[in-house]
Design a binder for this molecule. Structure first.
Ligand code: SGN
Ligand code: CA
Length: 690
């Protein structure tokens, strides 16, 4: 069905010497072979919330300007619908299995070839501003300024090339200010390539105070699938934890202001604590009224479900209003300076998002709203104003397309294809007719099972795997809302067969061997039988009252707590946290046992001032007096954006009753760290005795 012919001609290294001089010779403000590039990507902006895509819930006049002056893509898909993987695909032009960034938990390998590096080597000035989320230090940029972790909405921490500072204001405004500043102060002898990566409209959808009053009484239409019961779907849709009704938090997400101790309120209070007194006052003025009305009406059942949907959408769209304004501001600036004539503007999102479809928020699933992402491109002198394209393009293609536009040949290893000809309204007869998708982040927040699949114009085949083995097939022509899984319907047997063949072709073409990444997922699923479950646990220094676990002895309860993906010390309730002090624990098993292994799991999340211990000692004893110190192995594993620091001791002694574990806290945050000199945290979840 589908073949992709290779359009790559020579490698980047060869090009380096050829292009560098003639790029420099270009004037940056006239239409030429080396135009400026501004790639704007928002975080979680679904196409359903853009008027150029026919939004029923908002208008985006400034984004629409890009579409009206350029091209709108109706079928742009992502390879893996979650943030860090999508960013890695953008940079490398490769699928997750090929660039190593399977999920949000891992650290991006910045040593690989990326398109900004190639641009930089070929005479472009490269800049990165905004949400990075890849954990390693950015490579390939002459200038960068990134948000910490997921980034903050209010007075965000900004990590620059030289220093880390807290900036005053609202994140979307700040990032655009800085983008304009960068362009203004750039090296004008070179063309530039700027990545402007918004944090908005990511959860928990905190709007700018200027928009607190927007949509106050708007009765947003509810998607027809909001009350979906998943009756024809496999386990994955039933087991997800991204339901507006069931999983959205009344305080953390929906911002009721009268319940600060409500479980899950942390994400709201995290931002509220960042606010200036004036921002705080404005917030309360607006949201206290919402809270009072909610308490007065006390909606239940269906009314509560609808209230939650409308409350969610109002804040989500308020965040987008700021994005749209700021895009407008940038477009005006380009126009004023004449740069608009020779600057390409791309606007997209890291993936799509559910705005109540299937009852959901978030993304991850291969169903349309998160597989598809908005893409509008203005390419002056090349793209016809107001043109529409419906070919299957992908975020996999961005690297090669932008290189192509810049006159740089992409390296062979990139797996996408330049869609520059499509932008120029050319028909490409052998353009792809199917897209391959693979999502890995499981087990994890939102509990969306691992899956991969293929989408053609008419059909979509999905395979959920790892701890399940289930297939779904959708006939998109007859069922555009993907409500009827027809995989088992005999009428579709031939389609299933053909789609499976296509899936195999794509897996092979992209070199995705599923087995290669299965063991990583299985490790995360493992359950432990901790022999110390009923032991007496004595701590020499108490854990901080802020993080002392939720069970009587969380250290040995056998429940393995994964760190929270957010990367902030917010949802670490099931961990023990020691502020500046050491962990010094004696575990009495209450009888002699034959043990094989003792494992201790620490967390390393330096953004959150949590550091691995500087030294760990594990010893065992029969009588509680004479201890034998064990040899220890250390392993670091990335889980949900945090490093798990695992210490393992193998035991040869046959009769053990007492276990002593001492882990030394680094004490204070080291030099150069944001918290330099302040107390450092030591976090442990479990001492597993086997
Ligand atoms: C946070 C959010 C999730 C979201 C992930 C990943 N929870 O953990 O809802 O799916 O980020 O988002 S929150 O309560 O902490 O906001 S991604 O855009 O980085 O992939
Ligand atoms: Ca995202």
């Amino acid at each position: 069905m589908n073949t992709i012919t290779s359009i790559k001609i020579c490698t980047a290294t060869v090009l380096l010497s050829q292009t560098i001089n003639n790029v420099k010779a270009q004037k940056a403000d006239t239409t030429d072979k080396h135009p400026n590039i501004i790639y704007i990507m928002s975080d979680d902006h679904g196409y359903q919330a853009m008027s150029c895509y026919g939004s029923k819930i908002n208008t985006t006049p400034n984004l629409d300007r890009i579409a009206n002056e350029g091209m709108i893509f109706n079928n742009c898909f992502v390879t893996n619908s979650v943030s860090a993987p999508s960013r890695a695909v953008l940079l490398t032009g490769k699928y997750s299995h090929a660039n190593g960034q399977l999920d949000n938990m891992q650290v991006f390998d910045g040593n690989q070839v990326t398109f900004p590096k190639l641009m930089q080597q070929n005479g472009y000035q490269t800049a990165l501003i905004g949400k990075w989320h890849l954990r390693s230090r950015p490579t390939g940029f002459d200038f960068f300024e990134i948000l910490r972790g997921q980034g903050e909405y209010y007075n965000p921490v900004v990590i620059g090339l030289k220093d880390t500072v807290v900036r005053k204001g609202y994140v979307t405004n700040i990032l655009t200010d800085d983008a304009i500043n960068f362009i203004d102060n750039r090296d004008k002898s070179k063309p530039f390539c700027l990545l402007l990566l918004n944090k908005a409209p990511h959860r928990n959808w905190m709007p700018d105070s200027a928009y607190f009053a927007m949509y106050q009484n708007t009765d947003f239409p509810v998607p027809s699938t909001y009350f979906d019961d998943y009756s024809t779907r496999t386990a994955a849709a039933h087991l997800q934890e991204m339901s507006v009704i069931k999983d959205m938090n009344l305080v953390g997400d929906l911002k009721l202001t009268d319940a600060p101790n409500y479980p899950g309120s942390e994400s709201l209070y995290y931002e509220l604590k960042r606010m200036s007194p004036n921002q705080f006052k404005l917030f309360h003025a607006a949201y206290d009224t919402i809270t009072l009305n909610f308490r007065k009406n006390n909606p239940m059942g269906k009314d509560l479900a609808l209230w939650k949907y409308r409350r969610y959408i109002a804040d989500y769209l308020r965040c987008i209003a700021s994005v749209d304004d700021n895009v407008g501001r940038l477009l005006d600036y380009l126009k004023k300076t004449g740069l608009d004539k020779n600057t390409i503007i791309v606007y997209t999102s890291d993936q799509g998002f559910y705005l109540g479809e299937h009852g959901w928020f978030d993304k991850r699933f291969m169903y349309e709203q998160s597989l598809r992402t908005p893409l509008i491109v203005k390419y002056p002198g090349h793209t016809k104003a107001g043109s529409v394209n419906s070919d299957f393009v992908m975020n996999l293609d961005y690297a090669e397309t932008l290189l192509d536009i810049a006159g740089i040949n992409p390296p062979k290893e990139m797996q996408g294809r330049s869609f520059k000809p499509l932008l120029e309204n050319k028909t490409v007869p052998d353009w792809r007719k199917s897209v391959y998708y693979h999502y890995y982040e499981y087990p994890a927040e939102h509990n969306v099972k691992r899956h991969y699949g293929v989408r053609t114009e008419r059909y979509k085949l999905i395979h959920f795997y790892l701890d399940v083995d289930e297939w779904e097939l959708y006939d998109l022509k007859n069922d555009s809302n993907e409500l009827n899984n027809v995989y088992a319907n005999p009428k579709y047997a031939t389609v299933v067969n053909d789609m499976k063949i296509e899936l195999e072709i794509l897996k092979k073409q992209y070199g995705d061997n599923i087995d290669d990444t299965v063991s990583y997922g299985k490790t995360l699923l493992a359950n432990v039988n901790n022999l110390a479950k009923n032991a007496d646990v004595k701590l020499k220094y108490p854990a901080s009252p802020k993080y002392k676990g939720s069970t009587p002895s969380p250290l040995t309860d056998g429940i393995i707590n994964q760190p929270n993906a957010q990367g902030f010390p917010r949802n670490y309730k099931n961990w023990l946290g020691f502020e500046q002090s050491d962990l010094d624990v004696t575990i009495d098993l209450k009888s002699e046992m034959k043990l094989t292994k003792i494992t201790a799991r620490f967390m390393d999340n330096q953004d959150a001032w949590i550091f691995s211990p500087i030294n760990v000692e594990i010893s065992v004893s029969t009588d509680g007096k004479e201890y034998v110190t064990l040899k220890i192995d250390n392993d670091k594993v990335n889980v949900k954006g945090n490093v798990l620091d695992i210490y393992k001791a193998i035991i040869k002694k046959s009769k053990v009753r007492y276990i002593k574990l001492v882990a030394k806290n680094v004490g204070t945050c080291p030099k150069g760290h944001l918290g330099e000199g302040k107390p450092a945290w030591l976090f442990i979840d479990e001492v597993i005795v086997e």
